[in-house]
Design a protein around this ligand. Structure first.
Ligand SMILES: Cc1cc2nc3c(=O)[nH]c(=O)nc-3n(C[C@H](O)[C@H](O)[C@H](O)COP(=O)(O)OP(=O)(O)OC[C@H]3O[C@@H](n4cnc5c(N)ncnc54)[C@H](O)[C@@H]3O)c2cc1C
Ligand code: FES
Length: 263
């Protein structure tokens, strides 16, 4: 294991239950990982059940409890790997590579932040909110989903002390009908945020980055790419930068300053 704690960690499933429509919440017992991982970092999980599938599944986390030795991950069931993950029962074991990537940064002197989650981007955003609450940074939140049944985490954000939790759904079944960017535009107009943190579909993060750029507010984004290794060895996860270079999402990211990214 490296000084950063990056290594292969054995885990045991504590629980693995539906969190919302199409979303599962898994809790892993992995004491060293739980102590080492920081909000914004991710793990690359080996999911048993199909020996022909050697690729791990990269997943962020929502809560790491060092005292309990557990890591909570909320994930969307979208394909073969996450379907096999959803089938893992309590007490089953496997391994996770981590902590991978870089954490959300705390911005020097920041006193007020806004976090913006789209879809399952809520997972690292809840971890970010825990970081802000722990550092005494006041925050508001925007949480968007396709429909009411796919929302998760608004009560957690309220419990962490969010000032405002603004909900948007594409179909208007909960909160405001529309996109997270509509709600963020209103919050940016009414508040002086020092920084905005966001994770969700890339088109949404590009919109959040544009709004923040227009009003001169720092914006941190957590990017997603297809990943093979998760630690900088294979070159599959490039993110284009505005200066014409490429950075690896897994090792240089997944968190980037939005101003660096070529949207
Ligand atoms: C750093 C990082 C953190 C992530 N955190 C979370 C998380 O906390 N919760 C969560 O639900 N998902 C997260 N993801 C996305 C998750 O890794 C993919 O949904 C998962 O790998 C899909 O695997 P699968 O075998 O089920 O689906 P596949 O059968 O491989 O693919 C199903 C669909 O998902 C797309 N997909 C596959 N892999 C990725 C990927 N890495 N990024 C984006 N789309 C992908 C495919 O293009 C396809 O449309 C994260 C991805 C990254 C890179
Ligand atoms: S996933 Fe291998 S370099 Fe990023």
């Amino acid at each position: 294991m490296s000084a950063s704690g990056l290594g292969v960690h054995e885990f045991e499933v504590v629980s693995n239950e539906p969190a919302a429509d199409g979303l599962m919440r898994i809790v892993l017992s992995a004491p060293e990982l739980a102590s080492a991982i920081k909000p914004g970092q991710f793990v690359n999980v080996s999911v048993p059940g199909d020996a022909s599938q050697i690729l791990r599944v990269p997943l962020s986390f929502s809560c790491a409890d060092a005292a309990a030795g557990t890591v909570e991950i909320v994930y969307a069931v979208v394909g073969d790997g996450t379907r096999r993950l959803a089938a893992m029962a309590a007490r089953e074991t496997s391994t996770a590579v981590g902590p991978c990537g870089n954490p959300w940064p705390l911005v020097d002197g920041a006193r007020r932040a806004c976090v913006v989650a789209g879809g399952v981007g809520i997972t690292p955003i809840v971890a970010c909110a825990r970081m802000l609450a722990g550092a005494g940074v006041a925050f508001d939140a925007v949480v968007g989903a396709q429909t009411a049944g796919r929302l998760w985490g608004t009560d957690v954000l309220e419990g962490l002390g969010a000032g405002v939790v603004s909900v948007t759904t594409d179909d208007g079944t909960a909160g405001r009908a529309g996109f997270t960017t509509d709600a963020l535009a209103d919050l940016l107009a009414a508040n002086n945020y020092d920084v905005v943190y966001t994770c969700g579909p890339e088109v949404m993060m590009a919109g959040v980055a544009r709004l923040c750029h227009e009003v001169g507010v720092a914006c941190m984004v957590s990017m997603e790419r297809m990943m093979c290794c998760g630690f900088g060895a294979c070159g599959t996860c490039n993110v284009a930068m505005v200066d014409g270079t490429y950075k690896s999402c897994c090792k240089d990211g997944p968190v980037f300053d939005a101003e660096e990214v070529a949207w």
